[in-house]
Design a protein around this ligand. Structure first.
Ligand code: FMN
Length: 459
């Protein structure tokens, strides 16, 4: 694939994929002497990271979340606790104000489940963060996949896979009504002589009565810079893509092979088009782990060293949680056959569907790659930049959701060794881009575009 060096070359975008806990995509690496994940309880850890990512001109930091322990593996949370596989897990939203205070342009994509909180209170929390960040907030809409999370919130089980998306559709309808429709643009009049802060005739009760929610009243917050936060999503099943195509402005994909990534991206872009929004209405970021260093040799040595700390049990704990299948009971040296799940359908298809020229992958192979979240690219800045350019050309993604091997070492290495190469090749911005997150991502204003379904709730 010839390298595109002109200034017209397609830009490559980065997000950092983090979690407010010790163990993320690759359990076990917290044990590496250079890893600082253990400092997640310190605010300084997060403000330093925010500054680093802002200096590296990342689109944003994306904070994952889950609301229950990964207790599918072995039928209990024991292995998850032992390997710090997504537990402990602190609240991601609490980090945003502090990181916003030390940055000016970095975006924040915060994960929150539509199964967890009533949309009325959630709408206020997002509006508050949109105000405090100057319009830099995004929301990663997830519908949940852990039975343990539903049970700890008092339900017997979670809704079925597809009904979770129906429920989420109505959740978003309530939010759009609150964010876009409740307060008119000029509702805040600040007329001191008439003792009038806001004109009540311009603040409207939303009168929502649906299948899952009843919300009669007005939004508690005046309009924030973006009103609706940038909507992120990662659904990859047929129903998930339909949901993403309707709502999402940033879409995460995570497939173990380039072929699977290309197929997912093609289905997403077709879905966006079918939804009447245009195939480029959402930025698509592929999950990727990069190990980059000054030379190919030192990067390879770093990769061998760091990944020797990976925990196979922790990896299987994660894959069991995502797939809903207890992998402690499966033959790891055979391929996994596709099955129905009420957890993440896409995980089952990537665990069972991965193959290369030598045939179908064993469950052990797929699980290892799946948990890192796609290919791991190792090499010098030039080598990794070549790989990313090829990845973008072959899959049609807009950029990468960069998971870490070492925290924050992986991102420090990206900023030091990879970003300058991409900049030289005209693939990456060379200076800060001020503005709201939506304006930075699309260059077309702070608010939802007219073709987005949320815009229909405006007055
Ligand atoms: C990069 C990436 C990050 C994700 N982060 C989260 C997360 O933090 N919390 C969560 O509950 N689900 C997360 N998911 C899962 C998605 O919300 C969704 O359940 C999954 O992609 C499967 O969708 P599907 O059931 O339509 O196949 C993530 C998925 C991807 C690809």
């Amino acid at each position: 694939m010839p390298r595109a060096r002109s200034t017209q070359a397609r830009r490559i975008r980065f997000n950092a994929f983090a979690v407010n806990g010790v163990g993320h995509q690759i359990p076990g690496l917290w044990r590496h002497p250079d890893d600082r994940s253990r400092d997640y309880t310190s605010l300084a850890h997060w403000t330093r990271l925010a500054r680093l990512l802002e200096d590296g001109l990342f689109d944003g930091i994306f904070l994952a979340d889950a609301l229950g322990p990964y207790d599918v593996y072995g039928g209990s949370a024991d292995a998850a606790l032992r390997t710090a596989a997504k537990i402990p897990m602190n609240d991601p939203m609490m980090l945003v104000s502090a990181m916003a205070a030390v940055t000016e342009n970095l975006g924040f994509g915060v994960t929150a489940s539509t199964a967890a909180e009533h949309p009325y209170t959630f709408a206020r929390r997002m509006s508050t963060l949109d105000h405090l960040t100057g319009g830099r907030i995004g929301w990663n809409v997830v519908t949940g996949y852990l039975k343990s999370a539903a049970q700890n919130l008092g339900a017997r089980d979670q809704l079925s896979h597809d009904e979770r998306y129906d429920h989420a559709d109505e959740y978003l309808e309530v939010l759009y009504k609150l964010w876009e429709g409740s307060w008119e643009e000029d509702a805040v009049v600040l007329d001191a002589s008439r003792d009038t802060f806001a004109d009540p005739a311009k603040v409207h009760p939303i009168g929502h009565e649906g299948e899952y929610f009843t919300v009669p009243g007005v939004h508690l917050c005046e309009p924030s810079p973006q009103r609706t936060p940038v909507i992120y999503q990662a659904g990859a099943s047929e129903r998930g893509i339909r949901f993403a195509a309707a709502h999402a402005e940033a879409i995460f994909v995570a497939a173990p092979t380039l072929t699977q990534t290309r197929e997912q991206v093609a289905r997403i872009r077709a879905g966006l088009e079918a939804a009447g929004r245009g195939r480029d209405a959402a930025r698509i970021y592929s999950l990727l782990t990069v190990v980059v260093d000054a030379t190919d040799e030192s990067a390879a040595a770093k990769h061998r060293d760091v990944f020797s700390y990976a925990s196979e049990t922790g990896n299987l704990v994660l894959n069991s949680g995502w797939s809903g299948i207890d992998l402690s009971r499966r033959d790891l040296d055979a391929p996994l056959d596709p099955v129905e799940t009420n957890a993440i359908q896409t995980t089952v298809s990537s665990l069972s569907g991965a193959a290369d020229a030598d045939g179908r992958w064993t469950l052990r192979d797929s699980a290892r790659i799946n948990a890192t979240g796609g290919p791991v690219v190792v090499g010098s800045g030039e080598t990794v930049a070549d790989a990313l350019e090829r990845f973008v050309a072959e899959t049609d993604v807009d950029g990468f959701n960069l998971a870490y091997a070492l925290n924050p070492g992986t991102w420090e290495d990206v900023v030091e060794h990879l970003v300058p190469v991409l900049q030289r090749r005209g693939r990456y911005p060379t200076e800060a881009e001020p503005g709201t997150l939506r304006a930075r991502m699309f260059g077309a204003g702070d608010r939802l575009p007219a073709a987005h379904p949320g815009a229909a709730y405006r007055r």
